[in-house]
Write a protein that binds this ligand. Structure first.
Ligand code: HEC
Length: 101
């Protein structure tokens, strides 16, 4: 099943261009890195302490995550979450969240 899913994602990536490929990679990172645990499935948070991300632009997410990573934006939880993200991870996550609009 995982293989079939991976294959579908790969085929989708080949046929639908870079942005959607990034969004697909971002979607798996969103789940595997635990973002989903706080920000909710599809970017809709069910806990008021955690902001929903659905509806945000890629640019906004890109800047927020870069600022959390660099420490320019301070929040203990998000500084820790962003510390391990690569530039590619941030771009993929931003494209995924943008695609939820
Ligand atoms: C343990 C809970 C938790 C996890 C896990 C988590 N976040 Fe957050 N996130 C928060 C909280 C709390 C805030 C609000 C921080 C603040 O006030 O700056 C936040 C804020 C954000 C914001 C800014 C939202 C805004 O409206 O300005 C973004 C973007 C974001 N998180 C993305 C992510 C991504 C991507 C991941 C996975 C790599 C992630 N978060 C994982 C709790 C979490």
């Amino acid at each position: 099943m995982r293989f079939v899913l991976a294959l579908c994602l790969a085929v989708t990536a080949i046929f639908s261009g870079a942005a959607q490929a990034d969004a697909a990679a971002g979607q798996s990172a969103y789940a595997s890195r635990g973002c989903i645990g706080c920000h909710g499935s599809g970017g809709i948070s069910v806990v008021t302490t955690y902001p929903s991300l659905k509806g945000r632009d890629a640019d906004y997410i890109l800047k927020s995550l870069s600022d959390y990573r660099s420490g320019a934006r301070k929040n203990a939880v998000m500084n820790a979450m962003a510390a391990g993200l690569s530039d590619a991870d941030i771009k993929n996550l931003a494209d995924y969240i943008d695609s939820l609009k």
